[in-house]
Design a protein around this ligand. Structure first.
Ligand code: GDP
Length: 366
């Protein structure tokens, strides 16, 4: 599955947020109770209002959402790249995720120590980014010499990897994260970049953790973070971890009232989960039948056979075609039969790139 790592300095609210996330997941997906894969990893249901309507139109008994994982990565402090705090263990954890959720403290509370002695979310972001960049620079410089030698002796792989490494080194030496290359490199080189296993090549989403009273409005700290995020082309979500921890424990109806009283339309966690999904560049397709309406996750750009493979490898191996109905057509025409009658059920083949919201039924050889 796809994983978002939650990072941040100590005492910014990471664990509070992670616990709220995993508790909500249990409530949202009864068929998939929150399961602890490892102590710090939790799978959460991705909220998607389309599923309810699909299940009505398709007369499904059950709704099964798709899920993504969040990993609570504790222990990053100034000096981590030199082994301070949990140092290397932290760095190993962060290598394994697909995207990073960076929690920044935007609340004041004299009872809760700030490790650097002041509330400064942009400074905190910089502290962590610097550690990650230092670790990357060291790791890549360590490999660079050997790759240069191999490239000089015409080793094919090294010849393709070397130019990407050189670009990364230039960026890092300039004090910039490797993820900036995600926007400029062609797809083949992005694959090489990912293969370098760096810490700063993951896309990043900032979470401003604010006091309860600031959840609806933000505050001067969140304004600073929003500006930074905008400059980096990153997304930013304002959340009060304390509120989310309470909401996660309430039944659905009560949580709506509780949120409304605070001037909030929906749980911050729902926004966070969706932002994480977006950050990972994931889209959803559906299967709808009398038994269940189910959401499936694929990377944007996935072709029909590989999309079928998410359900079962046999579906991919024996793929013939996919009956495809766009979500809007399925709902507007009252389900599969109506869509077929209106000529809105297409037969798509192996080259079809699955679109977000497609309702699919695969035909395959067994
Ligand atoms: P972590 O070290 O980043 O995982 O931070 P924790 O989640 O353990 O939170 C550190 C402390 O800050 C705990 O005592 C939390 O209850 C408290 N805390 C977390 N979020 C908020 C918040 O939004 N407002 C206030 N006042 N305290 C918070």
């Amino acid at each position: 599955g796809f994983k978002c790592g939650i990072v941040g300095l100590p005492n910014v609210g990471k664990s509070t947020l992670f616990n709220a996330l995993t508790r909500t997941a249990a409530a949202q997906a009864a068929n998939y109770p929150f399961c602890t894969i490892e102590p710090n990893t939790g799978e959460v249901a991705v909220p998607d209002p389309r599923m309810k309507l699909l299940a009505q139109a398709g007369k499904s008994k059950e709704i099964i959402p798709t899920r993504i994982s969040f990993v609570d990565i504790a222990g990053l402090v100034r000096g981590a790249s030199k082994g301070e705090g949990l140092g290397n263990k932290f760095l190993a954890n962060i290598r394994e995720v697909d995207a990073v959720v960076h929690v920044l403290r935007c609340f004041e509370d004299s009872d809760i120590t700030h490790v650097e002695g002041r509330i400064d979310p942009v400074g905190d972001a910089d502290t962590i980014e610097t550690e990650l960049m230092l670790a990357d620079l060291e790791s890549i410089e360590r490999r660079l010499e050997q790759t240069r030698k191999r490239a000089a002796s015409k080793d094919k792989e090294s010849l393709t990897v070397l130019p990407v490494m050189e670009e990364v080194v230039k960026l890092l030496q300039d004090g910039k994260p490797a993820r900036l290359l995600l926007k400029t490199l062609p797809p083949e080189e992005i694959a090489i970049l990912k293969g370098l296993n760096l810490l700063t090549s993951h896309p990043v989403l900032y979470v401003c953790n604010v006091a309860e009273g600031d959840a609806a409005t933000g505050n001067s700290f969140t304004a600073q973070v929003e500006k930074m995020a905008k400059d980096q082309g990153a997304e930013c979500v304002i959340i009060s971890a304390a509120i989310e921890a309470e909401v996660a424990q309430l039944p659905d109806e009560e949580s709506q009232e509780f949120l409304a009283a605070l001037g909030l339309e929906e749980a911050g966690l729902d926004r966070l989960i969706r932002a994480g999904y977006h950050l990972l560049d994931l889209i959803t397709y559906f299967t709808v039948g009398p038994k269940e309406t189910r959401a499936w996750t694929i990377k944007r750009g996935t072709k029909a056979p590989a999309a079928a493979g998410v359900i079962h490898s046999d579906f991919e191996r024996g793929f013939i075609r996919a009956q495809t109905i766009a979500y809007e057509d399925y709902i507007a025409l009252g389900g599969e039969v109506g869509a077929k009658e209106a000529g809105k059920a297409r037969d798509e083949g192996k080259e079809y790139v699955v679109q977000d919201g497609d309702v699919l039924m695969f035909k395959f050889n067994t």
